[in-house]
Design a protein around this ligand. Structure first.
Ligand code: PGA
Length: 253
């Protein structure tokens, strides 16, 4: 059975006291309201990780995630954070290749392949983001484009390693825009990605990999998105900054 996951990407929001307040609200509400088969992840800025990690001790269904990680083990990379550092504070998930990182920090498919390797080496779960721009959606083949992102960054992995990866399909035109993919658009892309993975690794492996949807997901549209056969949850930006909305999304399965 594929894992159901609702992950909240805080991006560059919340100072430490706001972050701790939000995290503790989510932990308390999740304990009362979220069924044990749903995994929730708080993807915080680096500076919050240790404090939120301490706060999550004892929580059974809320886990800790980072928004990025450097691809090298250690060394002279001023301003960067390594996988070992993330692991040492209790990080369990690492978002890789978010479209904002691809666009503003020029992260390439090749760098993301290396980041995936180091996150897996340190026994954390990559949440690998992929997705097409509006231009590609309207004027090219979005399915081919997103499949190529997956081929380039993930298909070097052996079967037992790709099984540990979570994929997040995030159409760039839907991120932070209020414009959500329709349930048909989401399902069609998710099914096509699963088929692509099956082509390389077989249907059994493809059926085990959770594929999340991201892009203006909110309590009002999460139920129809999560009801799609190949949508296993969501990567939530804006709506994860409000505990009530984030919890309501996690109740939408
Ligand atoms: P959004 O962001 O929910 O605010 O659209 C999603 C994301 O960037 O992960």
């Amino acid at each position: 059975m594929r894992k159901k996951i609702v992950a909240g990407n805080w991006k560059m929001n919340n100072d430490i006291s706001e972050g701790l307040k939000l995290a503790s609200e989510v932990v308390n509400m999740a304990a009362d309201e979220i069924s044990s088969d749903v995994t929730m992840v708080l993807i915080t800025p680096y500076i919050h990780l240790k404090s939120v990690s301490d706060l999550l001790k004892g929580s059974e269904n809320v886990f800790l995630g980072s928004q990025n990680c450097h691809e090298q083990e250690s060394g002279a990379f001023t301003g960067e954070i390594s996988a070992a550092m993330l692991k040492s504070v209790g990080t369990q998930y690492v978002v890789l290749g978010h479209s904002e990182r691809r666009e503003y920090f020029e992260e390439s498919d090749e760098v993301l392949a290396a980041k995936t390797d180091i996150v897996l080496k340190h026994e954390m779960t990559p949440i690998f983001c992929c997705g097409e721009s509006l231009d590609i959606r309207e004027n090219a083949d979005p399915y081919a484009y997103v499949k190529q992102q997956i081929t380039n960054s993930l298909f070097h992995l052996p079967e037992e390693e790709i099984l540990k990866v979570v994929i997040a399909y995030e159409p760039i035109w839907a991120i932070g825009t209020g414009k959500t993919a329709s349930k048909e658009q989401a399902q069609e892309m998710h099914a096509s990605l699963r088929e692509h993975i099956a082509g390389k690794y077989g249907a059994t492996v493809a059926n085990e990999i959770s594929i999340l949807y991201g892009g203006s997901a909110k309590p009002s549209n999460a139920p129809e998105l999560f009801a799609c056969e190949d949508v296993d949850g969501g990567l939530i930006g804006g709506a994860s900054l409000k505990s009530r909305d984030f919890i309501d999304i996690a109740k939408s399965f």
